[in-house]
Design a protein around this ligand. Structure first.
Ligand code: HEC
Ligand code: HEC
Length: 194
């Protein structure tokens, strides 16, 4: 489904004659798997994070992955590790990596009642932490450290996004802690694509 909509989008843009930023070159997951050798110490080949400060990226929406990798490469999102990793990636390599990691499937197991999920977040990130819109990431099972860090980065302006920045500015440290704990408590498993 995601693959199809990406192709459709690619087609529309091709007819338009130019590629917009962050947009959908068709990615090759086989080439992406090769490139993912550079990512595995931190994100695994299956996209299940190996270090607590790194997020799970397996099964994320393709558009989200393309957008973030492009942002790290172009300096719109900064991180001491990722800015270096992304610096030399071409648009095609980014599309290939996104095709590889988005091709995995993520499954969640709720330990709490989904109706208790943070109301301000569920429309986009889902009560089970799986994104409901293509430009939002999954939050399920990310460490509370990672979620906490990102919300504080949106709040301080270190990371910016038209939707998330104003949302984070309304949150106190305590509220950030509570939403981070909620999404971090969801158990996930990722099944790697072939
Ligand atoms: C040395 C460890 C390391 C390596 C190697 C690494 N990453 Fe990361 N990655 C991180 C960390 C840490 C973050 C969180 C950055 C932040 O806090 O903003 C991250 C964030 C990301 C994100 C953002 C995800 C999100 O949910 O916003 C993507 C996408 C990503 N990495 C993809 C990759 C890909 C693809 C590669 C290989 C080409 C790679 N990373 C290699 C450590 C690493
Ligand atoms: C209207 C949709 C929407 C709502 C509501 C929303 N988000 Fe987001 N969120 C997004 C989008 C889109 C992004 C991607 C931002 C980017 O591209 O940098 C995002 C990114 C994030 C990230 C970064 C995750 C990562 O992998 O790097 C966190 C953490 C987050 N949101 C938490 C929350 C929390 C907690 C709430 C509720 C208090 C919330 N969001 C409400 C749309 C939303």
């Amino acid at each position: 489904m995601r693959g199809l909509s990406t192709l459709a989008l690619g087609g529309v843009i091709l007819t338009g004659g130019a590629f917009a930023e962050g947009d959908a070159l068709p990615g090759d997951p086989v080439a992406g798997k090769q490139l993912a050798g550079q990512c595995r110490t931190c994100h695994g080949l299956d996209g299940l994070a190996r270090i607590p400060i790194a997020p799970h990226i397996g099964g994320e929406p393709v558009a989200y992955l393309v957008h973030q990798l492009t942002a790290f490469r172009d300096g719109r999102r900064e991180h001491e590790m990722m800015s270096i990793v992304a610096r030399s990636l071409s648009d095609q390599q980014i599309a290939d990596l996104a095709a590889w990691y988005s091709g995995h499937s993520i499954a969640v197991e709720m330990t709490a009642d989904p109706s208790a999920a943070p109301e301000a977040c569920v429309d986009c990130h889902g009560a089970d932490g799986l994104a409901l819109i293509p430009d939002a990431p999954n939050l399920a099972g990310e460490t509370n450290i990672y979620i906490d860090t990102q919300l504080k980065a949106f709040r301080s302006g270190k990371r910016t996004h038209e939707v998330m920045s104003p949302i984070a500015m309304e949150l106190s440290d305590q509220e950030i802690r509570a939403v981070a704990d909620w999404f971090a408590a969801i158990n996930i498993s990722i099944e790697q694509a072939e």
